[in-house]
Design a binder for this molecule. Sequence first.
Ligand SMILES: [Fe+2]
Ligand SMILES: [Fe+2]
Length: 359
Amino acid sequence: MGGNAYDILVTDMMMPGMDGGALLKQAKQVSPGTVRLVLSGHAGRDLIHSSEVDFHQFLGKPVDPDRFIAMLDSFDLDHARPETVRARALVSGIARVPSLPRIHQELASYLEIGAPLGEIEILIRQDLGLASKVLKLVNSSYLTVNERVTDLSLAVQLLSHDLIRRAVLVNGATETAHSLQPSGLDLEDLWRESLAIANATRFLAEAMGQTRSVVESCYTVGLLHDVGMAVLAEDPAFGYQDLLNRHHALGAPLVEIEREAFGTDHAEIGAELLHLWGLDTALCEVIRNHHRNMADSKAFSMQMALGLAHNSNFESRSPSAFGDGASLKFKSSPPGVTVAGECASELNDPPTGLPPLQP
Ligand SMILES: [Fe+2]
Ligand SMILES: [Fe+2]
């Protein structure tokens, strides 16, 4: 299957001769652009965890045929969106999103002493790498979850100490956190802004009377909307430092510079990585579109909440304030007022056309 001739590989884990884990490893090497899915009913957790960095999604048998076909269709097999195909090719070999070393180390020590899940959740909710990893794992069907999970609180409860410990300490995350040297981007800044936007998006959903599920999904899209920037910054091969320098020197929108360099942008790249990892497609679309003009609608949508939070001239709060949406303070008035301003790490990006919000 060399030469990326196949869009998708679907494999079992327990097979005669070469098992699924070995096949996934080999497929990742010879055809890194292929989507790697596991469809299995007999694999133990140890085998699954040893292969987690090599598969994109694990689906437990039996799987609903309609759901399976819809999932395959979501990968745009007729290549109608070239920017999405390019983004997928860039991220299909990526096994993790960087974590902030200080958060990662704190989580490792919390897990070592068996800290309550609530305290572990607080840390995971502050880190793009840990949050995306937890969502990837919890959306693997071997946990017998029938629907996509987008609520990080629920994800932590479902995974429990044991699986989070394995995810954080076994799959190489400890080593990579220590050796992390992303190029050209201050991860602390990106994390701080992502948290502020997560809380602002969540705050808007709460203020507009949305259900807990929607409110928590809004937090997740806010936290992860720029995960593509973290991915691009981590690997020096992307040359992101040069792009950021040009962005600051020329004042050109970062997404335009990214599209010139990669034929796609960080919004597509982040959305496609999370799509590969099984995050709900509706949330992936919100992330994919966060630099595009919004639909002219006054009804609530996650896209609108993220767009408003992203473009609001909000004040970032200290980490201790996070988790309490009501403590967020907007310099501009929230719902009912069109606001302007930008995510500090993406200065000069074009503002989206935000209509006034109505509950
Ligand atoms: Fe962005
Ligand atoms: Fe942003």
